[in-house]
Write a protein of this length. Structure first.
Length: 437
């Protein structure tokens, strides 16, 4: 029977330089719980997962995985062996099981050796232990289990090189590996990124029925609503647990804010009244009233819950567009699969995008959505047909892996390229003011 807690944290504090990201976090996570972590960007959600995964040990306090428990962390950008095929990556996830079976078979061969007589009792005992472990994880059926999981997550063909997969296909492979490993603690950072709707629906069902503990960081509120039974909110470097799913958390949070606003209104009225007394009453100069003055100063210095600050993304208007914006004319594009055979993503694709259009591109993973965007910005060339961009069109492209970002630069350097002023359409403003907003 698993222990009550799969993971415990006591007085955990995490800092980046002088910035406190997490402060005095003390939490215990029940075995089998389904938990969503919410909070503003930069509040420490991914950091918390990395601490629990054992990847970030530069902390104060203690973070302890339960004895005998296993943990698996799926980052926003899954780590796979790009030089191996899909099946080879899956086998890496099942290596501990393969090792058990290989050892069992090696002992079986050893027992067939006439010279193994003196070691027979020890070999039989070890074989018995191995048999129990293999039976417990269906180790004899490991290849069939990989087939079932691959079909359920609609993975690309087994021999497909991972390097050629789309972002969504890579994430499906990583999720499949995690589910095959069956860790006691499964940590998922933005698991629905790059997944199509059908795969998200399957993943919801798989995680609801998952026997171990699942902790999820995601901006997909519907995903949280359908899976989680607890919400952990990170705010002002603190962690506050709420029982219930995302919708329940919203209701509880709204009530807490209402109470906080009521208390703040009362505090402001008291401050105004006391300030009038201090300004107008000669009694305020009386030493015996110093206690009242001290009380006012203490009340004025109290910190209250700040309203969540809004992050405003300003996109300056570009030059006026002409009638021609984007045209695909007979565009075809294919890539070679693992066997060198052509995989057709686009065939004789033709369309026009009019001025002012807002277009969403949908479709299952691996059907060419990202390839289409890369064709538009000339990162890929069509095998046939033409892609025409209007003469007044200015293109910007944010790819799913953020490859355009330079990890060695600061945020300020990346946005401004070190310039004192930044151009916003036809206007300009001080770079530091823009970045601060």
């Amino acid at each position: 029977m698993p222990p009550q807690f799969v993971f415990e944290m006591h007085d955990v504090t995490k800092m980046y330089g002088d910035k406190v990201v997490l402060q005095d976090i003390s939490l215990s996570f029940f075995y089998g719980a389904k938990i969503g972590i919410v909070g503003e960007n930069g509040s420490g959600k991914s950091t918390l997962l990395k601490i629990m995964a054992g990847l970030d040990k530069d902390i104060q306090g203690t973070a302890t995985l339960g004895k005998g428990m296993s943990v698996k962390y799926i980052a926003q950008e899954p780590v796979l062996d790009l030089d191996k095929t899909v099946r080879e990556n899956l086998r890496m996830a099942m290596k501990p099981v393969h090792d058990l079976v290989d050892r069992f078979n090696a002992i079986s061969d050893r027992m067939g050796d006439p010279q193994a007589g003196d070691d027979m009792d020890a070999l039989l005992e070890e074989m018995g232990h191995l048999q129990e472990k293999i039976d417990a994880c269906d180790g004899w059926e490991v290849e069939r289990l990989m087939d079932i999981a691959s079909d359920a997550l609609v993975l690309p063909p087994d021999d497909s090189p991972v390097r050629q997969l789309s972002g969504g296909e890579r994430r499906r492979v990583a999720l499949c590996m995690a589910l095959l490993e069956k860790p006691d603690l499964l940590l998922l950072d933005e698991p629905t990124n790059h997944l199509d709707a059908e795969t998200v629906q399957w993943l919801e069902a798989a995680l609801r029925d998952y026997p171990g503990t699942v902790i999820i960081v995601t901006h997909d509120r519907y995903f949280l609503d359908n899976i989680t039974r607890w919400i952990l909110e990170l705010e002002n470097a603190r962690g506050l647990p709420f029982e219930g799913n995302y919708s329940s958390w919203l209701q509880q949070k709204a009530e807490l804010l209402r109470i906080a606003e009521k208390k703040e209104s009362q505090r402001q009225r008291t401050l105004a009244r006391e300030l009038d007394w201090i300004r107008m009453s000669h009694q305020a100069r009386n030493q015996k009233n110093q206690a009242r003055i001290n009380a006012y100063e203490q009340l004025a210095g109290q910190t209250v819950m700040d309203a969540a600050s809004e992050t405003i993304i300003q996109i300056a208007p570009g030059p006026r567009l002409g009638e021609k914006v984007l045209t695909f004319a007979g565009v075809s594009k294919s890539f070679a699969d693992g066997d060198g055979n052509p995989l057709n993503l686009l065939t004789d694709c033709s369309f026009d995008v009019p001025r002012g259009a807002i277009v969403g591109v949908i479709g299952p993973n691996g059907t060419g959505k990202t390839t289409m965007l890369r064709l538009i910005v000339s990162q890929e060339k069509p095998d046939a047909g033409t892609v025409t961009i209007g003469p007044s069109v200015v293109l910007s492209y944010v790819d799913q892996h953020r490859d355009a970002l330079d990890d060695s630069k600061t945020i300020f350097e990346e946005i401004t390229d070190g310039a004192d002023r930044i151009e916003l359409g036809s206007a300009s403003m001080m770079s530091r003011s823009y970045v601060a907003r």
